[in-house]
Design a protein around this ligand. Structure first.
Ligand SMILES: [Zn+2]
Length: 328
């Protein structure tokens, strides 16, 4: 909310998903490898493309002048990276009219004659589902209804929606065959033609239109990854610990752990005690004189004490590191 207070509410919400069939990925796979075998390559290429996309938006002013942006990279359950980007435009670049919306976002299939390349990209990357009667069991369906409200209605002109995203223009057109289905503008996920054509990926661009959804948007981008608690149990033995299932794990990094770490740990305490004993023992009668240092050469218990203090202090730091690693 601090972002909204300083820069105003965001104007555009962009979701950029990695395309595992980018030539940059396929060209560097070896032999029978598939993109899912090389997550290292997939994330590197995605990062490069994301940097380029942000550069087009922020520095090249694709959507006019951006005054603030945030983005979060997430990994879907199949580890395919995607980024949620929220953009706030400056006062003179705000999207105010229906024409402004149409200038940046389309929710229709491109003309097959005018731009066959874009049509191919959109039919591969920007078609929702299909779900509903055409396909009753995709993940978007809950109790027989699509949670993303597809198929969308045909609409002659873009309309601003009071609470949420605008209702984009979706004119009635002939269907095109996508996979096993004939699909039309009912199923197109809103996109920016220039970005889709350049990056050949799923890039959902939504104009953000209401005060109500601003909290949702920021919450959505910061929601973090999905978490699950799993446990292996023997068959037919119910061993359910209700308290344990409500425990939440926390990832503690090295700086986070050390910032609250006690200066005198048990380990250091023992070390200091051993050192002090070996030094002070010289002053008591029971100390064997042969171990006392009486000459300027040779070694004594005191030397051993001081030496061990220096040596063990050194070891103590690496001991501390391994302790931290175990707690991560
Ligand atoms: Zn659906």
């Amino acid at each position: 909310m601090a972002m909204v207070r300083k820069f105003g509410r965001p104007d555009l919400f962009v979701t950029f998903t990695c395309n595992p069939t980018w030539v940059d990925i396929l060209n560097v796979l070896e032999g029978p490898q598939r993109p899912e075998d090389r997550p290292d390559i997939v994330v590197r290429v995605f990062k490069m493309k994301l940097t380029e996309l942000l550069d087009d938006i922020i520095k090249q002013n694709l959507f006019s002048r951006v005054i603030s942006y945030i983005y979060v990279v997430e990994f879907q359950k199949r580890d395919l990276p995607h980024a949620h980007i929220l953009l706030t435009l400056d006062t003179y670049s705000k999207i105010r009219t229906k024409d402004d919306i149409d200038k940046y976002v389309s929710a229709e299939l491109p003309d097959p004659i005018a731009d066959p390349t874009l049509l191919q990209i959109i039919t591969i990357c920007m078609i929702h589902g299909p779900c509903g009667t055409l396909n009753p069991n995709p993940p978007c369906m809950r109790e027989g209804v699509c949670t993303k409200q597809y198929p969308k209605e045909f609409r002659e002109k873009t309309e601003e929606n009071i609470n949420g995203y605008p209702m984009y223009q979706r004119k009635y057109t002939e269907s095109v065959i996508v996979g096993r289905h004939y699909l039309d503008n009912h199923w197109v996920v809103p996109y920016n033609p220039w970005l889709s054509k350049k990056f050949n990926a799923h890039i959902n661009v939504e104009v953000y239109a209401s005060i109500k959804s601003e909290k949702y948007l920021y919450k959505y981008v910061y929601k973090g990854h999905d978490v699950a608690s799993i446990r292996f149990e023997n068959e037919k033995i119910l061993d359910h610990d209700e308290i344990l299932s409500f425990l939440d794990g926390r990832d503690v990094s090295l700086p986070k752990r050390n910032i609250n770490r006690d200066f005198v740990t048990g380990y250091r305490g023992q070390l200091l005690l051993a050192t002090a004993t070996s030094i002070l023992a010289v002053d008591f009668n029971f100390f064997p004189v042969r171990f006392a240092k009486t000459e300027t050469y040779g070694w004594s218990m005191m030397d051993a004490g001081v030496g061990s203090f220096i040596l063990l202090q050194g070891l103590c730091s690496s001991h501390g590191k391994s302790l931290t690693a175990q707690h991560r």
